[in-house]
Write a protein that binds this ligand. Structure first.
Ligand code: NIG
Ligand code: FE
Length: 408
């Protein structure tokens, strides 16, 4: 049973088991942390370490700040190619929607991802995960949505299954067949939705390839009623809804997320007051994606209004080759402070406990307390405020997942 000692300060949200409503951070100076196998046994001031742990193997934190493992609860991890030329076009004044209408955008990545083999996608995703782990990320939600045929969606999701089996990071798979209508079904949206409902979702559920079913609800993607019907099927097959909601315009995505009992509504730059009220009432987690906001030059989501309404607000990267071509969660966290005017304490809770709640895992991960998974990160910073203020390429010195120190 190992003990991490010499912790400068340990900062964590409380676990939901302590009080589902209370999320104020706990801060323990000169702390120690004890775990057995993959589970935390004890956390507290080193001076109070119980006698029974005094002979345990020690890991020296060398005065680091210790936080829960970071949870990136929204990524599009497995994709082929990049879209740097579109980045330049957007900076030249062409909008994301115009690029999409002319066949670029998501469809450009769909073409490349269809042409890639499962092994190629696996190797590339694995190398992204290595870099993410080095930044302190221990759980990664990963969406399909760049295949848009049954075979190619399954290919992406099988990459995630292999990663779940072979990779120490925790991978949480989501099927996003409803990302956009593929070219084969142009003019036959209903045909594509039928394929999703009658073939893809049942296959995904039968093979246990996803836990969540996401949809991009937007004027040029899917209408609320199309998504509503899709989610009904998803629910029947045991998949929990999630939504790309109100990213480019207010289409009622937040209210739909609340109505269908979605685990989260993500993006929300254009969320309405009614949408916020509905999410608060239903307990839907809001996921802010400040990298996508910044890359698309959108106004940030109304973090203060969401917070005041009592909506839990998570922070994630949205890592994808179009709107958020970076997997740097600490960068997204710094931007959540500076663009969304969230405090470092709110942002840490957002990238740990609330992000875990967006994945329906807040009872296992996202806070450091007895019986939680031993996922934690050693940060070279004197305090949480200092870490998010003095942005560096990487301040994480060690990442532990399920009690084991990450290395590759
Ligand atoms: O989360 N908004 C839709 N989906 C992605 C972008 C995907 C892409 O551009 O490839 C997003 O921003
Ligand atoms: Fe996304």
């Amino acid at each position: 049973m190992p003990v991490l000692n010499n912790i400068g300060a340990l900062v964590t949200p409380p676990p939901p088991s302590a009080d589902a409503e209370a999320t104020a951070l706990r801060r323990i100076e000169d702390a120690a942390l004890v775990w057995t196998d993959d589970t935390i046994e004890w956390v507290g001031p080193a001076a109070n370490l119980p006698e029974e742990y005094k002979d345990a193997t020690t890991h020296d934190a060398e005065g680091s700040l210790v936080i829960p493992g970071l949870v990136d609860c929204h990524t599009h991890l497995a994709f082929a190619g990049w879209r740097a030329d579109e980045f330049a076009m957007r900076l030249g004044g062409t909008s994301y929607q115009e690029i999409a209408k002319s066949g670029g955008g998501i469809l450009e990545t769909v073409r490349k991802t269809r042409a890639a083999s499962e092994n190629e996608l696996y190797d590339r995703s694995r190398s992204f995960l290595r870099d993410m782990a080095q930044l302190g990320v221990t759980t990664v939600e990963a969406k399909s949505g760049y295949g848009l045929t049954v075979a190619d969606e399954l290919k992406q999701l099988r990459v995630y299954r292999r990663l779940r089996e072979n990779h120490p990071l925790r991978i949480v798979p989501t099927v996003l067949g409803a990302h956009t209508v593929p070219p084969e079904y142009e003019g036959d949206r209903e045909g594509y939705l039928t394929l999703l409902r009658e073939e893809l979702i049942p296959r995904v559920a039968d093979e246990g390839l996803a836990e969540f079913c996401d949809a991009f609800v937007e004027e040029d993607a899917f209408q609320p009623d199309e998504a509503r019907r899709l989610f009904r099927t998803a629910r029947q097959h045991g998949l929990t809804p999630k939504l790309h909601a109100d990213q480019l315009s207010d289409t009622g995505g937040a209210a739909l997320a609340a109505e269908v009992g979605a685990a989260s509504a993500d993006h929300l730059e254009h969320v309405s007051d009614e949408g916020i009220a509905a999410m608060a009432e239903a307990g839907t987690v809001a996921v802010s994606l400040p990298l996508a906001t910044l890359y698309l030059d959108e106004e940030p989501l109304p973090a203060a209004a969401l917070h005041d309404a009592g909506v839990p607000l998570a922070v994630a990267t949205d890592f994808n080759p179009g709107t958020a071509p970076s997997f740097h969660l600490p960068l997204a966290m710094m931007l959540a402070c500076t663009l969304q005017r969230m405090t470092p304490a709110q942002v840490l809770t957002g990238a740990t406990r609330h992000a875990a709640a967006a994945l329906r895992r807040a009872d296992e991960i996202g806070s450091l307390a007895p019986d939680m998974q031993a996922d934690f990160v050693l940060i070279d910073a004197p305090s949480l405020n200092h870490w998010l203020y003095h942005f560096r390429p990487n301040a994480a010195v060690a990442t532990y997942v399920g009690g084991a120190r990450w290395s590759e």
